[in-house]
Design a protein around this ligand. Sequence first.
Ligand SMILES: Cc1cc2nc3c(=O)[nH]c(=O)nc-3n(C[C@H](O)[C@H](O)[C@H](O)COP(=O)(O)OP(=O)(O)OC[C@H]3O[C@@H](n4cnc5c(N)ncnc54)[C@H](O)[C@@H]3O)c2cc1C
Length: 412
Amino acid sequence: MTALSPEPSLDAAAPFDLVILGAGCAGLALAARLARSDADLRVAVIDPRTEHGDDRSWSFWHHDHHALRSIVAHEWSGWTYRGLDGRAATHRVPGVTYQYIRGIDFYRWALDAIATDPRITLQLGVGAHELAAVTLDDGDDGVRVMTDAGPVLARRVVDTRPQRTRALLYQCFSGVEIEHGGRLATDTDASDADAVGLMTRMRSGAEGLGFLYVLPLSPTRALVEWTRFSPAPLPLDEVAAERDAELGALGLGDAVVVREEQGILPMGRVDAPPSPVAGVALAGNAGGALRDASGYAFLRIQRWAMRCAAALARGEAPPAHPREPWVRRQMDRIFLQALRAHPERSADYFLAMATRVAPRRLLRFLTDRATLGDLVAIIASLPLTPFLAQLPDRRERLVAAASAARRQRVER
Ligand SMILES: Cc1cc2nc3c(=O)[nH]c(=O)nc-3n(C[C@H](O)[C@H](O)[C@H](O)COP(=O)(O)OP(=O)(O)OC[C@H]3O[C@@H](n4cnc5c(N)ncnc54)[C@H](O)[C@@H]3O)c2cc1C
């Protein structure tokens, strides 16, 4: 655990140039980028947690060179999709690996950077509550942040506090890092230490999709997460019990648990994000960082943090996460709505994409870089009727059906 002073040390007399609410992924990423930049700002980061433990891990696809390369703990050249019925595809794309960063390593990377900058105050053990727009003593606009340690004034605020939000589906998962003594093959029925089980033992029923996410960390150790896509958030103890049943079915009920991680990620936010108080920017998951169709956010948060630090260094307001392009938003929504309308077919949809779409195309879709050709290939891999039914009106359905028919003629 990396613990920092839980004692309040916020100097509330003078306004901070920036107050960051939340010292999680987004808050720390921004503070670390500011510490490494030439921004001359007085910054406070506030979080009620009292320490940073190994509470989660982040994975993503990336090529070899990037700013966080030194803290990547593992990488794999392949990722497998496998149904419980045996249908399977392992994808590999030259030049790209699936990379894994442990939470504790990311936190240390950020905390070390922050510690080098005396202008950044990290205040743990203090939660923020109400925010209000105020006029500062010098006549500038500012924000008053009510905290457990009293009011704090800021010229600007970045708010990454988790928010409850309604969504089309919820990705509910419960994972354990286990010592299994070599009894767990990577994708649970084939041995390929250079591939993760991205969605393995996948099956679906009236209650939705379920699959195991398996990251082999060594010949004897793995992160194994049981994941459910559900129209409502599931109690996490229920998800953990299902995970244990899966481990039991694999003969791993007695594996030694090294650490746990769990979460519920909203997929396809239904509510419009709340309008923040003037001077406040929402960021991280609360600011729309999660990709609707996948629940991946880590790299999107890192890109935003770099842009945000650069904007602040230029004296500009902190930017929001970029709005999802219309086409991607529609694709993700239609896909999620089809999963919601036909939960029993969810595994078929994922396996159809995995077995019929070229790995490079599917990867571009998953990493926010899909071309029109990729989208067409993905649509063509899926059964048309359930997806057309999700289009909002009849005219759009007719236009889509006509263009699908045209496309099929061209492909023939
Ligand atoms: C277990 C888990 C695994 C994940 N794995 C991946 C992955 O592999 N790849 C990927 O791309 N994405 C992943 N995600 C999704 C996403 O990347 C993470 O949720 C990420 O941590 C989001 O960053 P954030 O800063 O928005 O939220 P968080 O990292 O959760 O930070 C929010 C912070 O706000 C603090 N806070 C709460 N209340 C207050 C308050 N009143 N005042 C001030 N601060 C407050 C919290 O203590 C916390 O530190 C995962 C999510 C989880 C939960």
